[in-house]
Design a protein around this ligand. Sequence first.
Ligand SMILES: *Cc1c(COP(=O)(O)O)cnc(C)c1O
Length: 442
Amino acid sequence: MSPTTAASGALFERARAVTPGGVNSPVRAFNAVGGTPRFIRSASGAWLTDVDGNDYVDLICSWGPMLLGHAHPEVQAAVAAAVARGTSYGAPTEPEVELAEEIVARAPVERVRFVSSGTEATMSAIRLARGFTGRDVIVKFAGCYHGHVDSLLASAGSGLATFAVPGTPGVPESSTALTLVLPYNDRAAVEKVFAEHGDRIACLITEAAPGNMGVVPPEPGFNAFLAETCTRHGALFVSDEVMTGFRASKLGQWGLDGAVEGWRPDLMTFGKVMGGGFPAAAFGGRADVMSRLAPEGPVYQAGTLSGNPIATTAGLTTLRLATDEVYAHIDAAADTIKAAAADALSTAGVAHTVQATGTMFSVFFAEGTVRDFGDASRTDSAAYAAFFHAMLDSGVYLPPSAYEAWFLSSAHDDRAVQTVLDALPGAARAAAAAQAPELETR
Ligand SMILES: *Cc1c(COP(=O)(O)O)cnc(C)c1O
């Protein structure tokens, strides 16, 4: 039986009257899966409770940040103590120094600068790369999301080495006219644009492992190849770890392949986990590059609430509690859920592929390895929508889009995992019934 959604429905009506689409970030509106978005009243550990009183095992974790689960007592206590000392001073504080030290100790960066969102982090990293190199062109991959930065909301032009076109109304052509968009995991495409435009390229930005088209791991050596190509052409390699940082592993994606293959980014971006559920993000990298930033250097960048004491306290407490055991726990829970999902979908006869990088994974409703955005687009969204709603009705909150990673936390205990396992077979059958009919072969 479906849970009641009367209170969520009523709030959604009120929300739509005062906010475009009733939400403050598009994916929350359930447009891709239909139905009424659940308005959440509270959360604790692995569980969300909506305004109708329904409980759900949370497989979004605020799209990544809640590595330790919701309302973690030690994070809450640290934040409450920080709030009691005032919430923002517009002057430097100790927590921001400590958080910067923690990030510099874990990630291959020598300096960091805090901002309030991942979008600001990538936007600022690109400005700095352009200021440092004195070049204008930037390179990104289709399906990699770096926040809603004008120059990065770009779609590929008509040919591989041609400049991009705006990906949304409101972005002028001039904002994407210096952006090149390439297929992910495609070395030949990278070599071609660097051969043609190498001396104009300020930086290449990539998700360290894409998680925003579903999880698409870099092929072995791909990040190393990108770093090497950038260096050879005097461009900077910007590794966006807003999603993967301190999430895919204790050291992020860099810990999974950079530490092994020996590549180092020139600049990195962070967000999500490092804010511990508050708006905090960062960009960082080589000292000689970061020193070009104001007030040390000429490249301007600033923020009223940047590095504010509440967000940095939440992030610092979260990172200090993010021990090897936390990642081992999440890994084990993820393995159990991945295997059970694959098993349920196979039994029901639903085409699927499970892909992972470290603790992050996603279930594509499509056959075969997903290497890039073109592959990801083969996903059967109708089957996913049916699967999503069946899981939701059984008390499991999945991402309301077929192109997202599933996130767990250290609070996902046996009861939470078992709730997911119990829901999977029925949801797989619902997906099978909704599958796009196969094209008849003649
Ligand atoms: C979420 C995300 C961003 C944007 O961060 P916001 O805080 O939503 O602005 C940038 N890059 C990646 C890889 C992300 O996953």
